[in-house]
Design a protein around this ligand. Structure first.
Ligand code: MN
Length: 152
């Protein structure tokens, strides 16, 4: 095989890992807005405007609570959990599809007993996510369902 060319077919190994895809665990510090989550970039093609990532959270882990101008298209690939979308909290399970519109606060949380993984399609060119200010967070928590969700 010509080593100059990227592999067009990359095999699934096992346990949500693929040949030629590195797994990047997010670093955690005391103020981390995410918990127990890793990221794998599955597709980042020069000829396409989007990319596809696979994120996985350990049991009880969660993604960053954030919002931004770019949208996400998400499919749960593994496990079950809960999704915050704006002021709505919804249970989600394997193969559910989630559309995250522009400027919508969002976070995914894995259930306590099992890891949860999801595919996330996103524009390659995109703005940086915003994290909520203390004031915005307080405003979100005025909704009891959201407050309960954020408390884990
Ligand atoms: Mn996001």
């Amino acid at each position: 095989m010509d080593s100059e060319k990227p592999d067009l077919v990359r095999a699934f190994r096992s346990n949500y890992r693929w040949d030629g895809v590195s797994c990047q665990p997010y670093k955690e510090d005391g103020s981390a807005p995410f918990k127990d989550i890793s990221r794998q970039v599955l597709f980042h093609e020069p000829d396409m405007g989007c990319e596809l990532r696979y994120f996985e959270m350990d049991a009880g882990g969660h993604s960053t609570l954030e919002r931004h101008e770019h949208a996400h298209a998400v499919m749960i690939l593994r496990g079950n959990g809960t999704c915050l979308l704006g002021d709505t909290v919804r249970p989600v399970r394997t193969f559910d599809l989630i559309s995250i519109p522009a400027w919508t606060w969002h976070q995914l949380r894995a259930n306590a007993g099992e890891p949860m993984g999801f595919l996330c399609m996103v524009n390659q060119q995109r703005d940086r996510p915003q994290l909520p200010t203390a004031e915005q967070l307080a405003s979100m928590k005025a909704n009891s369902a959201v407050a309960e969700f954020l408390a884990g």
